[in-house]
Design a binder for this molecule. Sequence first.
Ligand SMILES: Nc1nc(=O)c2c([nH]1)NC[C@@H]1CN(c3ccc(C(=O)N[C@@H](CCC(=O)O)C(=O)O)cc3)C=[N+]21
Length: 279
Amino acid sequence: MTARLLSGTELAASVRADTTSRVAAAAAAGRVPRLTVVTATADEASAWYVRSIARAAKRTGIDCVVVDLGPQAAPSEIHERLAESSADPDVHGLMLQTPLPVGTSLAEAAQFIDPAKDVDGAAPASLGRLVAGLPAFAPATAAAVVALLDHHEVPLAGREVAIVGRSTVVGKPLAQLLLARDATVTLCHSRTRDLPAVTGRAEIVVAAVGRAGLLTSAHIRPGAVVVDVGTNPAEDGGLLGDVAPEVSEQAGALSPVPGGVGPVTTALLLRHAVEAAGW
Ligand SMILES: Nc1nc(=O)c2c([nH]1)NC[C@@H]1CN(c3ccc(C(=O)N[C@@H](CCC(=O)O)C(=O)O)cc3)C=[N+]21
């Protein structure tokens, strides 16, 4: 079997087109959506993502401001910067990149992001609202996984999903989004006793660990749908997913890296920004 490819490029393009027309409507009413991205890391993958957000924002007409505090930034500087942008009426969307400097906690820092501007769903209040079933921005990557599955018409209700990785940015919020869609969700992590046994039962497996090639064909039931969230820098400058290439022989469907979840993530983040501006 060769897996059907769950490409994200067409979906990303249609989300961007929708965002572009909403931005035009907002701008015509005198409100140019502004997205402020705060970063404090030298991480290459994160820097690539910030450049890609800025580039895509420019194409859709969103005013994107990148605030680079550098990898040595103190927690208090990060907190102050977020509080300042939260209070600034000209800023509609606000995002804090990860990873953060050692000593800065995402949960602590994200408390300083106004939930109304929290386009990457990082604030504890946003995550709480998500669990409670109240309207909130979900983290863009988690939202992108569900959007990609919907786009490719993969049913979710009643199905067994294994998520590998329990981060606050992807695994935990994704579990909530999938639960809200009536999937039966198992959240796996580094202390899961028998990972291949758990993932091997699932009809849908989502890999969100951040380790290249961690999931092999030993983890995947033949015909399963596999979504690869990993974007691990390769030595040749390219990008490697969390799923080993051999899995494409076994899975029924597989999202590619690059060209899968990544482009949808960026597109949804910008859509959240125009929504935060009120359009
Ligand atoms: N608070 C926070 N939220 C994030 O969502 C977040 C973050 N911090 N820090 C950094 C990582 C990284 N990340 C990527 C998103 C899209 C692509 C992407 O679109 N990649 C392209 C290709 C890139 C290439 O070819 O080099 C693709 O997959 O097709 C990559 C990486 C989001 N992150």
